[in-house]
Design a protein around this ligand. Structure first.
Ligand SMILES: Cc1cc2nc3c(=O)[nH]c(=O)nc-3n(C[C@H](O)[C@H](O)[C@H](O)COP(=O)(O)OP(=O)(O)OC[C@H]3O[C@@H](n4cnc5c(N)ncnc54)[C@H](O)[C@@H]3O)c2cc1C
Length: 414
């Protein structure tokens, strides 16, 4: 064995062993040569995939057009909700529970808080009682606690909310039932740790090289650089339709989302973590709004669900519009009266990339078996970052099957 090969071999084994101690579900130490991997896209799919591939001993290069957590990326927002309530889609409830423990493990190991146990309150009227009870029972069976609250109890717990016309609350008091991730900060931290361990990060716009004998031969950067790898993963979120129009043009629907932050009065902590939870409404009038408490002084975050629209990720201005401002002000005045006359302190514009069945897509290109896709966050992927990254890494590096995920995430026809 040559010295270089020996070093690769030992690095691979040691790295895999360190992952084993971190997450029990890695059942065996695999002994192999370190494969060369390129991950295109440093959003939540790409960066966690790269991170776990590195943990499995691969030599990984990440390429991102604008950098991890950039303001055009879907993962570049301030905060994202981690919740276990996925209705009957228990796959995602379980994945969320696994992800919560991974986020928690890594934030403790790295000594940086990126997840807050804010709690999550879902509020509705009489029509919500049935589904609230069902969710509470379903999640209790998975070890997630919640409290069913009536109008009086809601008013007593959160006097800063106007509950008029609302009768039912389901409160998840933190942990895997309802926590808040600091999205951009978390993503940049994972990227930093990946680089500290020798991972390469290149800034540039990438495209695939030629497909030769059922394999992609390279990844090309706009400046003409060609990079070779054993396997390539494209994890470019909303850009996937631009990069692979024939595969994702019709499969993915990209929708612009506006996010507004309302700044409370100086010294008013009633809408801030830990006094205020992440929240959503289930009644007809308010169900198009959800949001987060004020964390790190950014203001109460309101994320309205938009009407049908379009966005160009590269060239559109990221400015909110008067229509969204008017909607949000009206909603905030009605439900959070203490913020009625308070200013909008920040806004963001982001985009959701949905598959037709809201499942993620993790699969190979039909004509190149070393070219993979990991995408289609469908508005709910951020929380699953570490669990999905771990799954994709094991699937690609170890060819480890997970029938439930493999079936749900395959590239399907409508
Ligand atoms: C307003 C809003 C609220 C949301 N709320 C939640 C929530 O509460 N909880 C939750 O779990 N999820 C939530 N989501 C969804 C979640 O944020 C996304 O599903 C997730 O971030 C998608 O990540 P991604 O890696 O697929 O894409 P992205 O984060 O967009 O990453 C793609 C990356 O690819 C790069 N790229 C693109 N093209 C190229 C190229 N040719 N070469 C190199 N690099 C390229 C981009 O620069 C980008 O960094 C929300 C999303 C939005 C917009």
């Amino acid at each position: 064995m040559k010295r270089r090969d020996f070093l690769r071999y030992t690095t691979s084994t040691v790295a895999t062993a360190s992952l084993l101690s971190a997450t029990e579900s890695f059942a065996k130490i695999s002994i192999r040569q370190s494969p060369e991997i390129i991950v295109v896209g440093a959003g939540v799919f790409g960066i966690w995939t790269a991170f776990y591939m590195q943990e499995l001993g691969a030599n990984v290069t990440v390429i991102d057009a604008y950098g991890p957590g950039n303001s055009r990326a879907s993962s570049g927002g301030e905060s994202r909700l981690l919740r276990a309530d996925y209705g009957e889609r228990l796959l995602y409830s379980r994945m969320n529970i696994e992800s919560h423990s991974l986020w928690d493990f890594w934030q403790k190991k790295w000594g940086r808080q990126i997840m807050y146990s804010t709690g999550y309150l879902k509020i509705g009227d009489d029509n919500y009682i049935g589904s609230a009870k069902a969710a509470s029972k379903r999640l209790k069976a998975m070890g997630i606690s919640s409290e069913l609250l009536n109008y009086e109890e809601l008013k007593y717990r959160w006097p800063q909310i106007n509950f008029d016309g609302l009768t039912t609350g389901l409160y998840y008091p933190g942990g895997p039932g309802g926590s808040t991730l600091m999205a951009r900060e978390a993503l940049r931290l994972v990227a930093e740790k990946f680089q500290e361990k020798g991972g390469k990060l290149l800034i540039g716009k990438a495209k695939t090289g030629e497909v030769v004998n059922g394999k992609i031969d390279s990844v090309e950067l706009e400046d003409g650089q060609k990079l070779n790898a054993d396997k390539v993963i494209f994890a470019c979120g909303p850009w996937m339709g631009k990069i692979f129009p024939e595969l994702f043009g019709d499969r993915l629907d990209v929708t612009r989302r506006d996010v507004l932050f309302i700044g409370p009065r100086a010294g008013d902590s009633r809408y801030s973590n830990p006094e205020f939870p992440a929240w959503s409404f289930n009644n007809a009038e308010d169900s198009r709004y959800y949001g987060f408490p004020d964390i790190h002084g950014r203001g109460l975050k309101v994320a309205p669900y938009p009407d049908k629209n379009e966005i160009d990720m590269d060239s559109d201005d990221r400015l909110t519009n008067p229509y969204e401002i008017k909607r949000v002000r009206k909603f905030v005045s009605r439900r959070f009266p203490g913020l009625a006359d308070q200013p909008i302190t920040e806004t963001r514009v982001c985009q959701i990339t949905s598959s037709f069945d809201s499942h993620f897509i993790v699969d190979t290109h039909p004509n190149a078996d070393n070219l993979w896709f990991a995408c289609a966050g469908s508005g709910h992927a951020f929380k699953h970052g570490p669990a999905i990254g771990k799954y994709v890494a094991q699937r690609i590096i170890d060819n480890k099957k997970n029938e439930e995920y493999d079936t749900a995430f395959r590239l399907k026809q409508k």
